[in-house]
Design a binder for this molecule. Sequence first.
Ligand code: SAM
Ligand code: SF4
Length: 445
Amino acid sequence: MKKVYLETFGCQMNVSDSERVATQLEKDGYEITPSEDLADVILFNTCSVREKAENKLYSRIGEVRSAKNVNNSNQPIVGVLGCVAQLEGEILFQRNQKIDFVLGTKAVGRISSAIENVRNGNDSFFDLAEREENYDWSVSKTQMFSSHVGFVPIIEGCNKFCTYCIVPFSRGREKSLAPDEIIKQVLRLRQEGIKEIHLIGQNVNSYRPKTEEGLENFHGATPFSKLLRAVAATGLERIKFTTSFPRDFHPDIIDAINENENLCNWVHLPVQSGSNNVLKAMRRGHTIESYIEKVVKIKSSARKISLTTDFIIGFPNETDQDFQATLDLIKYCEFDSSYIFKYSPRPGTPAFKMVDNVSPKEKTNRFLELEKVQRIYQQKALQSSIGKSVEILVEKFSSKNEAELSGHTSCQKVVNFKCFDDLIGKIVKVKITSSKLNTLFGEIS
Ligand code: SAM
Ligand code: SF4
């Protein structure tokens, strides 16, 4: 049986695509191996959101091609999938002669025929075409990234064209999956014993299917809140969704969470900057005032919804004053946690033509300052759980301490606790006793 090693970079959508690539390969008689040394085929599912992620691909290809494959006298076939593949296409063969085939973001369902093509001697095979009409969105349980958390894509692509972002070019226009297809996937996961699902999309709340088949009984204001209610009605224990786009974040999403215990109390709402000047230059489509209105609605919920965000620092022309406004926003919103990124110019985006005029040193200073302020509110949020009993889904042994089990709360905080019983896959109550930088610690209660 031919062995395939699959490495994934980037967002949950890539992880989810990789789950289906592995499912397809398994169906077609390949074995997925965790060892690149033993592999006959090496696949990289790539990310192009920042330059760093893209460069990582090239260094990884160099590594696997120069490594000695002790148990494999033939060099493995190397395939590039995902966002870099979609953007660069055929040019990748000139840029790196060690690549055998390239498969775009919508072509991943045809993975086995791509490998076959190379085996038959076509070593510069590429396919950047659309998804098949009958594309199979299901994932085999053996190929899930986490055996206990299921990813369910509900919308792909992006129509927003923020000036810095490559995603609309790598992932194409927004396309929502049919509600009945989504409900079918959720019911299948529930039947398999999965307790938590994440509805995913670049902008999950921009969900707008062509027909509302399956949503007729739900009279919320927006298709996304109707979908949330329909998914909640399946009875699956925990439903999370990410990432939300601020302009499309309507109050009825919070109403749906308030009305359904199994819709988890976590919202990831990337703001990017606290300055209206920067937001305008980024073409985000929201202002700080409109963002704060949404935050007020989120914080007004009795469910104590955890709020997390993304920031980009060092966007062209970001002044000290703009940056100060971002610090002020953190103090106002008290985000539970955030991802902070240094602006990375992406060829082909409108911002690429602007002068990247915040120096690397200044970017680093701002990054560290923002991280320091964010840490205060992250600690505050974590410490507010101490002494409380919280439900966690136990997912695995802790990576840092094998004597501890690890899982997430409904509001997406990591909890580690000592326990000798086999609780993996179960939802249990844990009393929180202490916290560290990113983690809560507790004991079974
Ligand atoms: N669609 C989501 C939204 O708009 O809120 C975000 C999806 S994007 C793939 C994830 C994050 O990557 C963004 O929120 C942004 O912070 C970051 N990002 C995107 N382009 C970037 C760039 N050129 N440089 C640095 N960070 C970037
Ligand atoms: Fe990128 Fe903006 Fe689309 Fe998010 S909304 S994926 S940041 S273009």
